[in-house]
Each structure stands twice: as structure tokens, then as C-alpha cells.
Design a protein. Structure first.
Length: 319
């Protein structure tokens, strides 16, 4: 006789609660499987030999399977389901495959956070930031539903407020497009008393906007003000193109941040280990590869800056 003694909630994340425990009333060889119900394809299959209890974590597999590319949108809530998978777990005794137990369907978001009871803002970057007038931000909100965002708008002459609400399943994404707020000095995003304050500034044409998927599941953004260098490169071992006889090339670009505080550099340094990184050009998110494997986040007594090197497609505009 088999039974699930521990299983995730109906809506959960790939953090510490992404665990199943199956109990057998007798010693057995158990085969467990997690299936993506949208495709009916197995996500994980594990075998446990001669056990009465088996425990398997599935968060790492969800993080690996979820792949997406952000896009520019209008200010407001956006669909967060591309950051998750609909799943079902099952387990059976190999000696008695007809006696199979199945879990209820559940949805798991690729995020290491623990879902709170009340809505909260999740971000790794500081709560006071500069946002250029041609830039966008993405904010992860999680907790009880419904979730309401209050957006305070401050100009030189007056202040105003917009409200946005959603009835989600506990995880929501809010997109902020600064281009919609002309002649605005400051935007304040508030959720359940927690806030992020954006000071709007003129565009920075010579800078480079970068985005990366953080461990919380949100796409964080930062504009590197300095493009230190851009080098065109190729690998002589690559095969030549059949049409014109040339080899493919790419650009090795070195970016330098502004001098920042230690908390900002610590948060920003997550870009070197992020599973997905993009450069944002002309409102398009273009995948790039970060080849830097270590960064300086603190030097005693002074502000520091962060430098990274990225490999990006040869088709990008020359900087």
C-alpha cells in the first residue's frame, strides 16, 4: 500500500517546499515520476530500491525546464504562467505496477521564494533605484490573492495614483514601462505597505541595459553606463559557412557598472550565475552569455564597481 505523506501545495515554488515523500507499508522497489501535464512528458523519473519511504525534490528540474524570453509590454500585470509548469506526481511498486498512487495536479513556479500569506514584493536590487525614461522594469509579487499595486506618480506640479489588481493563484508579475510616464519625476510602487521608489532620469544612449533571471524568478534589470570595449571574435576551429566560405563571428563586450554600494553590487553580481541573461536593445531582449566567473563586490573604505564580459551575436549594432 502506497501513499503520499508529504507533497507541495496546489500552487507552489521550486524552493524548499518542492518535495514529495511516499510511504510504503512494506519494503519495495518504488518508481516515482513527475509529469508535465501540458505535454504529458515526464519531467523526472526516479527509482528507489528496497525502501519503505522515498523522498524526492523536484525544484531543480523545474528551474532547468522553464525557459522563456521576456518582451516589452504596457504597464500592468502580465501573465506569469510561462515561469511555471503544471505537474502531477505518481508512484508505484515495481512488483505491483497496477497499484499506483497519483497526486492532485499542482503548478510549480520557477522561484526559490517561499510563498507568504500576504502579498509581498520580491527583488534582489535595492528599493530605491534610477529608471531611465525609455526603460522597463519587472516586479515579482507573491502572497495571498487578490494582489493590488498602487503606483504613485509625482510630477513637478502634482501627484497622482493608479491602481492595478489581479486575482492570481498567489504569484504575479507586474510590468512597469517608464515610456508611458512623460514629464514624471518619480514613480512609487506599493504593495501591502512594501514599496520600490523609482527616480526617473533621461535616457542613457551610450549605456547598455541588461536583464537576467534571478533565483527569485523575476527578470531583474540594470543599465551599465559604460561599454568599455567590444571585440569581434571567431573560432578558427568552427566550420566555414557553405555559402560564402566565412566562419561565424560574435562580439566580446566588456561592461562596467557605476560606482555602487555594497548591497547593490551583491545583488548585481548574481548576473554571472544567472541561467538566462539578455541585453535589451530597441525594446528587444536578446540572449547573451556571461563569461565572467567572479566579480569584486567590496573594497574596504570605498565604493566599487562591477565589470562583466558577455558574448553576444554578431548581428547587434556596433557600439
Amino acid at each position: 500500500m502506497l501513499s503520499f505523506t508529504t507533497s507541495p501545495r496546489q500552487t507552489t515554488t521550486s524552493g524548499k517546499d518542492a518535495t514529495f515523500v511516499v510511504h510504503s507499508t512494506q519494503n519495495a522497489t518504488l518508481l516515482s515520476r513527475i509529469t508535465d501535464t501540458s505535454t504529458q512528458q515526464p519531467l523526472i523519473t526516479k527509482c528507489f530500491m528496497s525502501v519503505t519511504d522515498c523522498r524526492f525534490d523536484i525544484g531543480y528540474a523545474v528551474n532547468r525546464a522553464v525557459v522563456f524570453r521576456p518582451s516589452t509590454k504596457f504597464t500592468g500585470f502580465i501573465d506569469a504562467r510561462e515561469r511555471s509548469l503544471p505537474l502531477r506526481a505518481e508512484c508505484y511498486d515495481v512488483a505491483h505496477p497496477e497499484e499506483i498512487v497519483r497526486s492532485s495536479p499542482f503548478r510549480m513556479y520557477s522561484s526559490d521564494i517561499t510563498l507568504p500569506s500576504a502579498p509581498q514584493i520580491f527583488t534582489m536590487l535595492p528599493r530605491e533605484r534610477i529608471l531611465r525614461q525609455d526603460e522597463c522594469e519587472e516586479i515579482l509579487l507573491a502572497g495571498g490573492s487578490p494582489i493590488t499595486v498602487e503606483l504613485g506618480i509625482k510630477t513637478r506640479q502634482e501627484t497622482a495614483e493608479q491602481k492595478f489588481s489581479t486575482k492570481g493563484d498567489g504569484v504575479a508579475l507586474f510590468f512597469l514601462n517608464a515610456a508611458e510616464y512623460r514629464n514624471v519625476e518619480q514613480l512609487t510602487l506599493t504593495v501591502n505597505g512594501s514599496r520600490i521608489v523609482y527616480t526617473l532620469a533621461p535616457p542613457l544612449p551610450e549605456g547598455r541595459r541588461m536583464a537576467w533571471r534571478s533565483h527569485t524568478g523575476v527578470v531583474e534589470h540594470y543599465t551599465f553606463p559604460i561599454v568599455h570595449s567590444s571585440t569581434r571574435m571567431t573560432d578558427k576551429e568552427w566550420p566555414r559557412h557553405s555559402d560564402d566560405g566565412t566562419r561565424p563571428t560574435c562580439h566580446l563586450t566588456r561592461l562596467v557598472s557605476a560606482y555602487e554600494s555594497r548591497p547593490m553590487l551583491e545583488a548585481l553580481s548574481e548576473i554571472i550565475a544567472a541561467p538566462q541573461v539578455w541585453t535589451v536593445i530597441d525594446k528587444q531582449y536578446i540572449p547573451v552569455k556571461v563569461i565572467t566567473d567572479h566579480t569584486l563586490t567590496h573594497r574596504y573604505g570605498v565604493l566599487s564597481h562591477l565589470e562583466i564580459e558577455i558574448i553576444e551575436p554578431d548581428s547587434l549594432p556596433t557600439l
